[in-house]
Structure formats: C-alpha cells, structure tokens
Write a protein that binds this ligand. Structure first.
Ligand SMILES: Cc1cc2nc3c(=O)[nH]c(=O)nc-3n(C[C@H](O)[C@H](O)[C@H](O)COP(=O)(O)O)c2cc1C
Length: 489
C-alpha cells in the first residue's frame, strides 16, 4: 500500500531484526516489487534450545502489564564493548515508551516466526544481503550464513566485534554494505531467456504415466528425466505444479517412464496436450503394476514412488525402478524447443550427399527478420546457399564472402528439387549482416513471394514461417512431389 501511495513500482527492502523477517516475507510475497533485500540481524531456523528460551521470554512478557526491565535486552543487543551510551539511552527510551500489549504481541510473533522461511529462500531471486554481528548471540552468524546459502543470490556479511544493534553502533559499516547491495544489478531473471538457455541442453523425450485413484490412466510428456542412481536404482522426473495431473502424480504410489522413439513425435504432442482422451489415441498396455506402458517406446521404467521433493514451480518425483526394458530403436531428441531425430537426419543427409549436385543453404534470421540474397535474375531473391557440390564448409565460406556472420543451427529440410535437379539441404540459423553485404532483411509477413522464383524454396519458407510462429520446427526430407516437401515423421 505504501509503495502504491508513493507510486513506487519496486524497491530495495531493508529490515532489521524482526523487520528483517518482514522484509523477507515481503520479498517472497511480492517478487515483482522487490529489487533487492537486506536482512540485518534476523533469526532463522533456531535450534531447540534458543527456541525454548525465546518462547519462555514471550510467555513472561505476555504476563506483564509493563515492558518491564529492559536492562537485559539492552545488554544482549549492545554488550559493553563499544556502544555509545547516548545511543543506548535513546534505545532504552524507545523501548520503555512502547505499548506493553503491542510489545507482547510482537514478541509472541517474533518467537514463532524464525522457521517461517525455512526451506523457502530458494525462491528468492533478487540479490539478498544477510548481515549480522559476529557477537550477536541470538541472530547468529551461522543463521546469516544459512540464509545466504539458501537464497540463490544471497550473500552473508558478518561484522567483527558487532552485536545486535550494529546499525546504530557502526552505521558506516552497515551503510557501506547496503551501498554495495544497491550497486548490484537487480534485474530479475527473465523466464523466457532462462527457458531458452535451459533448452540448449539436448534431451530425450519421455511420457510419464500412472493411474489416478479411480484407476484411470494419466500421462504427460516430460524431458526432465534424469537417471539418478544404479544402487539403489533411482530416476527422477519433474512435473510442473500447473499440470492437470500434478496432484495425481504426487499422490500416486508409483509411475512409469516411457522413453519415446524417433517415430513417436506425435505421441509426445498428444501427451503434452490438455486433451482428456490421451490414452485412447495411443496404443499402450499395462505394466505388471498397472501403470501404462506406451507401445513402441525405446525403453520403459516402472517405478515405486521413492520421494517427492518440492522445487520452485515444479515437483521432483524420484522413482525406485522395479521393472524396466529397452530396445534398439533410435530415441527421439529434443533441443531448443524442437525435436531432433538423429537417425533420420543422418540418413537424409547421407542420401542427399550420394547424389552429385547438392545445394546447401540456410534460412537465417537476424533480429526476427529473414535474410535473402539477390537471385541470379534481376529483381529476384534466393536464400543464402552454396552449390553445385555444396557442403557446410562451402556454405560458411559463401556466407562470409556475402558479408553474413552466421551461426548455423539445426537441419531444417533435405529434399530433391525438380526445378534445379539438385539435392537441397537447408539449415536454420542466426545471422548479422556486415556493412556492404548484398543481403537484405525482410519481415516474415512481407516476404516478396513473387520474387522468389524457386517453388520448392517458397514451399519450404512457408512451412518455416508457419513453424516459427508455433515455436517448433520439424525436419523435412524426401522427394519434392507436386510442390510438397514431405515431413520426415
Ligand atoms: C518435449 C516436451 C517436454 C516436456 N517436459 C516437461 C517436463 O519435464 N515436466 C512437465 O511438467 N511438463 C513438461 N512438458 C509439458 C507437459 O507435457 C504439458 O504441460 C502437459 O500438458 C501436462 O499434462 P496435464 O496438464 O494433462 O497433466 C513437456 C512438453 C514437451 C512437448
């Protein structure tokens, strides 16, 4: 409310002692309004002895009608080392003037709030400073270090010779630490960028299955599969909390993981969808546990639930393998949001390379725009390519000569082009144009189709434009028949 009233979108939140717990609570509850957080002299995950001591104090304070003798807290907070008596008497005056009832309520909350954040700091994505004094007996250095290591961008700072009221006793040191925190870039991690970075790790594709409490089969596509342990045999899979089947999986006594074969891209699509009849669209049979096994999978593992671990917006399901089998088919791959079919890709490239005339070209994007080269006839365009006996290194040299700095990605299409009587192999990629390059950049919705004389290229580009909108690319190969480039799968 305060930030709204002051028209502040997001702020660095600093709290001391119990205020540090408030700051942490704010940062976790309002991540979009928190730039950074500093938690000074705050408790975390007390051991049972100090919890008992603080609870006893809370009970004792609750019985009193006055704040009582404040010598003891002042001694704990300042010690006798280096505090200025003027500051101590100022704090004494504050303490003795508070409403005793409010003090008792606040202390009761304080006594029970140290474990409010245990296990939750992993979700704190902003820079976070956890500072305390080396001599603070209650908000200890060990607690500050534990919080800093639990927070992904956490840092611990322990000030030598300081106690609980270090911000009053040595404000210069505390301000310096806060200044350093403020200097840290606060940008929150962009989830789209993070997803793209995670997506560079090439994986297989699985369908994870189980039965719900009514015995109905449930399943979802997952590439988060990881083999964990041989002895005991363990694997894991992560399921998004927003998946419709999440509670079914976390509550089930077991599940099966099916590793898909490269011809099973459609099955991946079905199980990644929200349709309710996933199992009626796909041939399957039950394992001896009853968990569904997808026919034709390269391998399957039937597991008993070993552990369920909460992890941010996903839940990790650890399974103890009780039965498994595997076959010889090629597994389906997945990287950068697209399927990778290594066996088919290799076969297609080999077939193309056997023929003499080969064009190797690229569909390149620069900041979301398509790179086109001037064609051989005036007023026409083509894709960047190398021929007539092209290969990837010839393509790279021809791109360099044309002033195009390109990084080639996955194969996109392999086909026979009847117009040019060549085998054609096209890769996807990113590019930047150097000054003086004859290449041009066009928006995808303004491609000059009538100036692209090659029909096969037009058809391929139309498919590319369509697939990039869906964010998923397929690989095409085969003959060019009646204006169609056929899908491999
Ligand atoms: C290749 C691929 C991999 C996926 N990997 C995962 C994953 O590891 N964990 C997950 O929760 N969802 C993953 N998904 C998304 C789920 O399959 C999707 O959210 C599905 O709708 C969940 O089914 P449900 O909502 O019916 O439970 C993946 C999707 C695809 C296409």
């Amino acid at each position: 409310q305060l930030l709204d009233d002051l028209d502040i979108k997001a702020a660095t939140i600093v709290g001391h002692s119990m205020g540090g717990l408030v700051a942490l609570g704010f940062a976790l509850r309002h991540p979009s309004r928190t730039l950074r957080v500093a938690v000074l002299n705050s408790v975390y995950d007390r051991d049972s002895a100090s919890r008992a001591a603080v609870e006893a104090r809370a009970r004792e304070i609750a019985k009193r009608s006055t704040v009582g003798n404040v010598d003891e807290p002042l001694r704990r907070w300042f010690g006798h080392e280096n505090a200025d008596p003027g500051i101590i008497s100022q704090v004494r005056a504050w303490l003795t003037s508070v409403d005793p009832q409010a003090y008792a309520i606040a202390y009761r909350i304080f006594a029970s709030s140290d474990d409010a954040f245990t296990g939750r700091l992993g979700a704190l994505s902003v820079p976070a400073l956890f500072a305390t004094g080396a001599l603070d007996p209650n908000s200890t250095p060990a607690m500050a270090r534990a919080m800093a290591s639990a927070a992904p961008r956490g840092q611990a700072l322990i000030l030598d010779g300081q106690r609980h009221m270090m911000n009053l006793v040595d404000p210069a040191a505390v301000n310096q630490a806060l200044g350093q925190l403020l200097a840290q870039p606060s940008e929150r991690i962009d989830p789209r960028e993070l997803r793209a970075a995670f997506g560079t790790f090439m994986t297989g594709v699985t369908v994870v299955t189980t039965r719900d409490t009514t015995g109905a089969p449930r399943g979802f596509t997952a590439n988060s599969f990881t083999s964990v342990s041989l002895d005991p045999p363990l694997l894991l899979i992560c399921i998004g909390r927003t998946a419709a089947s999440c509670t079914t999986f976390t509550g089930a006594s077991g599940f099966a993981v099916n590793i898909l074969a490269e011809q099973q891209k459609d099955i991946s699509g079905i199980f990644a969808s929200k349709r309710s009849d996933k199992f009626s669209a796909v041939p399957w049979h039950p394992a001896s546990s009853g968990n569904p096994l997808i026919d034709g999978a390269v391998a399957w593992f039937d597991c008993a639930r070993a552990n369920v671990i909460e992890a941010g917006d996903h839940v990790i399901l650890v399974g103890a393998v009780r039965e498994f089998a595997h076959g010889d088919a090629n597994p389906l791959g997945y990287a950068r949001g697209g399927y990778v079919t290594l066996g088919l890709e290799q076969a297609a490239v080999n077939a193309a390379a056997q023929d003499g005339r080969t064009i190797v070209g690229a569909i390149l994007e620069s900041a979301g725009r398509l790179v086109l080269m001037p064609g051989s006839a005036p007023q026409t365009f083509t894709l960047p390519e190398a021929g007539p006996t092209g290969n990837v290194s010839a393509l790279k040299s021809s791109l360099l000569r044309a002033g195009i700095d390109a990084s080639l990605g996955f194969l996109f299409a392999v086909f026979e082009n009847p117009q040019t009587r060549t085998q054609s192999i096209y890769y996807r990629g990113e590019a930047a144009l150097r000054d003086g390059s004859p290449a041009i950049l066009v928006d995808f919705d303004a491609i000059p189709w009538d100036r692209l004389p090659d029909e096969a290229i037009r058809i391929m580009l139309r498919r590319y434009a369509q697939e990039r909108q869906q964010g998923r690319f397929n690989i095409y190969s085969g003959d060019h028949e009646q204006g169609e480039v056929r899908a491999v799968i």
